[in-house]
Design a protein around this ligand. Structure first.
Ligand SMILES: *[C@@H]1O[C@H](CO)[C@@H](O)[C@H](O)[C@H]1NC(C)=O
Length: 67
């Protein structure tokens, strides 16, 4: 497996681990996900039932400098 934090990864197996980890952390089962850049973070303000994760906690997830 690639080292955590490498900017370029991921095999299908890596993604499966990421998915499994996320599903383990939450009871939410979303059908759609939106990744917002730093300019679109306001979209999240309007969300109800929200749950947040730190990028560095998510396995195989590239860590961004933006929020
Ligand atoms: C998800 O939870 C199951 C059951 O607790 C555990 O066996 C598995 O290792 C967890 N997977 C991850 C990726 O955390």
């Amino acid at each position: 497996m690639h080292t955590k934090g490498s900017s370029c990864c991921c095999s299908f197996e890596d993604y499966k681990l990421t998915t499994e980890w996320l599903l383990n952390q939450t009871r939410h089962r979303p059908k759609v996900a939106v990744i917002c850049g730093s300019g679109l973070g306001l979209l999240a303000e309007g969300a109800t039932n929200k749950q947040t994760f730190r990028y560095q906690d998510i396995p195989n997830f590239p860590v961004s400098t933006g929020e």
